[in-house]
Design a binder for this molecule. Structure first.
Ligand code: ADP
Length: 454
């Protein structure tokens, strides 16, 4: 399979002129690629060791504001630098840009060169290490759902996000003809990402006009998160190159279904599927039942990491395939957690709570942490629910708002132990800030409702 370049491969490409630009990137709190474009010669001669960025980049919001209240950085501390340390095992070509390669970085403290605790990649690596100490490896797949629009992001922004037209006129779930009409965007997305070393499985139409999904083959958790971040970036960039817009906003219209990012999860031990037990009900091993019990028990604690914005919570509505309940079910899309691959080696749990706006490093990290807790405490898994779980009054609810999820995050003893107080405090502040910004806004809805009638 094409894709990953060794550092020596990259050097050769720079010498023969096939690559002249290296994107040196890290992933921020929002899951975006941030960084610099290096000349290839500079990168292979010196900057492969490290480069630097302002430490406000892990303490901003989507609009690059500089909120107060973060212990790690501030105007008072002068907003110093972080080290961006290229992980040379992630060098890959970027085939949709001319002469370009990319490398992902770990974010390190500028003085100690230790990982910055609240950096998403460091948070995930820490939970992977905890799992490894128990003898397990997590393999994950994060589905990417998004909407395509007929105009470019720039045109849509300039028109004030009004009168937006999805690329298609009707629900295109699994439609081949409608998705053929989108192949000018989707085919390059699949092929360029494949050539960049991402194991692309397929794309398909989703259950709303203009909605698409990209599936990437499951992989070890860190690779999965890297794949997700690169793919999300590429989808936006390739759509933009084609004069179209791709959005990962979970709910772009009140009457349209939202976009998710379901997370498929399984544990492996010595290369064997640790979730599989042929003789057990559903083929579900004890380890899997403990892991799922932990996932379910702590889902209110970590919902913020699956739904980090005010808009994320607009997606959770009955009858839209977006779950509202923290229960599990066998191959049933109305529950928060779905057992897939029943009685096969591919038996796994799919968490359906996350929106298309989740940061895959953070989402996977907190779910691994919850699973570890379940395994360590041998937690008992409640029986599966059946039928239309939306109507199940006894089933516990997912926190219904960013405000509620912020409070469960702030008060989570479990997350404070698993991630550290500094990390929980950092993300609690990010969540509070998001709410504060929303509370300051005067929305179109309020004006239309009250301007005349109030
Ligand atoms: P579909 O339900 O659309 O047929 P699949 O069943 O093939 O899709 O899988 C959905 C996602 O689950 C895919 O991205 C796939 O790579 C992933 N997946 C398959 N097996 C596992 C596993 N054992 N652990 C984690 N993810 C898996």
């Amino acid at each position: 399979m094409p894709g990953i370049l060794t550092f020596d491969d990259l050097k050769s490409c720079v010498i023969d002129g096939s690559i002249d630009t290296v994107l040196v990137c890290f992933v921020d709190m929002q899951g975006r690629l941030m960084g610099k474009r290096f000349h290839g010669v500079n990168f292979v001669e010196t900057s492969f060791e490290e480069t630097h960025c302002c430490n406000y980049l892990l303490a901003t919001d989507l609009e690059m504001a500089t909120p107060d209240g973060f212990a790690s950085t501030s105007w008072e501390s002068g907003y110093g630098d972080y080290v961006m340390k290229p992980d040379l095992s992630t060098i890959r070509p970027v085939p949709w840009l001319n002469g370009t390669a990319m490398v992902l970085c770990d974010v390190l403290d500028n003085r100690t060169h230790q990982p910055v605790p609240h950096s998403p990649r460091a948070i995930l690596k820490k939970q992977i290490a905890r799992l490894e100490a128990l003898g397990f490896e997590a393999k994950m797949a994060t589905e990417l759902e998004f909407f395509l629009f007929d105009k470019s992001l720039d045109d849509i922004r300039k028109s004030g996000f009004r009168d937006m037209q999805p690329i298609s006129g009707y629900n295109e779930d699994y439609h081949i003809f409608q998705t053929t009409k989108e192949e000018d965007v989707m085919r390059p997305i699949r092929n360029h990402l494949f050539a960049a070393g991402l194991p692309i499985e397929n794309s398909k139409g989703e259950a709303e006009a203009g909605q698409a999904e990209l599936n990437i083959r499951y992989a070890p958790a860190l690779d999965c998160a890297d794949h997700h971040s690169i793919a999300k970036h590429a989808i936006k960039e390739i759509a933009w190159q084609n004069g179209r817009a791709a959005t990962f906003l979970p709910k772009w219209h009140k009457d349209r279904v939202g976009s998710s990012s379901h997370v498929h999860q399984s544990l492996w031990k010595n290369g064997e599927a640790a979730f599989f037990d042929q003789s057990a009900t559903h083929g579900m091993s004890e380890v899997m039942s403990y892991y799922m019990a932990g996932l379910i028990k702590y889902s209110p604690d970590y919902t913020y990491f699956l739904a980090p914005y005010v808009n994320s919570y607009k997606r959770f509505s009955k009858g839209t395939f977006a779950p509202t309940k923290t229960v599990w079910s066998v191959d049933n899309r109305t529950a928060g957690f779905r057992l897939c691959g029943e009685k096969t080696k591919g038996v796994r749990v799919e968490c359906r709570i996350g929106g298309s706006d989740l940061n895959p490093y953070l989402a996977q990290a907190v779910m691994i942490a919850a699973g570890i807790q379940g395994i360590e405490e041998k937690m008992e898994l409640a029986p599966a629910t059946t039928g239309d779980v939306y109507q199940d009054a006894k089933a516990a609810d997912i926190p219904q708002s960013l405000r509620a999820a912020t409070e469960t995050l702030r008060g989570s003893k479990f997350l404070r132990e698993a991630l550290g107080d500094d990390v929980v405090d950092h993300y609690t502040r990010a969540a509070e800030w998001e709410q504060e910004e929303f509370d300051r806004a005067v929305t179109d809805w309020e004006i239309a409702r009250g301007f005349e009638r109030a």
